[in-house]
Design a protein around this ligand. Structure first.
Ligand code: AMP
Length: 191
């Protein structure tokens, strides 16, 4: 089983790349953001809790998100691994994930694939996505909050995996296809 995570700031193109990679390598695309949006659409208790937090551009608690990830891993069948998208988003989540994988006889994540994109380009992409997808958390104020959360809580996750020799950086300031081909080259080297 391969355990990969796509990492990067909001708007880096994680979701787009994740779909393409998951299809190519028969991986389960595990997007915590997508799971939460489904909970909101279903009107569940968790969905109600998540809606307020997401609409402010803040993060849900580490334990709640880890429980969602565990559930998704344990209920998925017929996949050759997992591609995490939007998780881990804090060092605490990375540690919880490590603990979980170690308890299941895995050496933690195989790699964190970090997509780096220039900040102005990120804002431009997110505002464009807001217009196309109509995501409620893509307004200018919420985008600012999401970047702040990224700077404060998420960025350090890359250092955590750098320390394990597992953080691999990709230049995301290129076309979708170019970034994808670079990721494919890296993943082919891992398997
Ligand atoms: P995303 O689609 O990954 O950009 O996630 C959308 C929103 O869902 C985020 O801004 C957070 O409010 C919430 N969320 C998604 N993944 C996580 C996570 N790993 N930890 C905490 N909150 C999350």
């Amino acid at each position: 089983m391969l355990y990969l995570a796509l990492f990067g700031p909001p708007g880096a193109g994680k979701g787009t790349q994740a779909k393409k990679i998951a299809a190519k390598y028969h991986l389960y695309h595990l997007s915590t953001g997508d799971i939460l949006r489904t909970e909101i659409a279903n009107g569940s208790t968790l969905g109600h809790l998540a809606a307020g937090i997401i609409n402010r551009g803040e993060l849900l608690s580490d334990e709640v998100v880890m429980a969602l990830v565990e559930h998704a891993i344990e209920t998925s069948v017929g996949v050759e691994g997992f591609l995490l998208d939007g998780f881990p988003r804090t060092v605490k989540q990375a540690k919880l994930l490590d603990d979980y994988l170690h308890a299941h006889d895995k050496q933690g994540l195989d790699a964190l694939l970090s997509i780096e994109v220039d900040r102005d380009e990120l804002t431009r992409r997110m505002l464009k996505r807001a217009a196309v997808e109509g995501r409620v958390d893509d307004t200018e104020e919420v985008i600012r909050n999401r970047f702040a959360e990224y700077e404060m809580k998420t960025k350090q996750v890359a250092n955590y995996y750098l320390g394990q020799g597992k953080c691999l950086v990709v230049d995301g300031d290129r076309s979708v296809e170019e970034v994808f081909q670079t990721l494919v080259g890296i993943i082919d080297g891992l398997i």
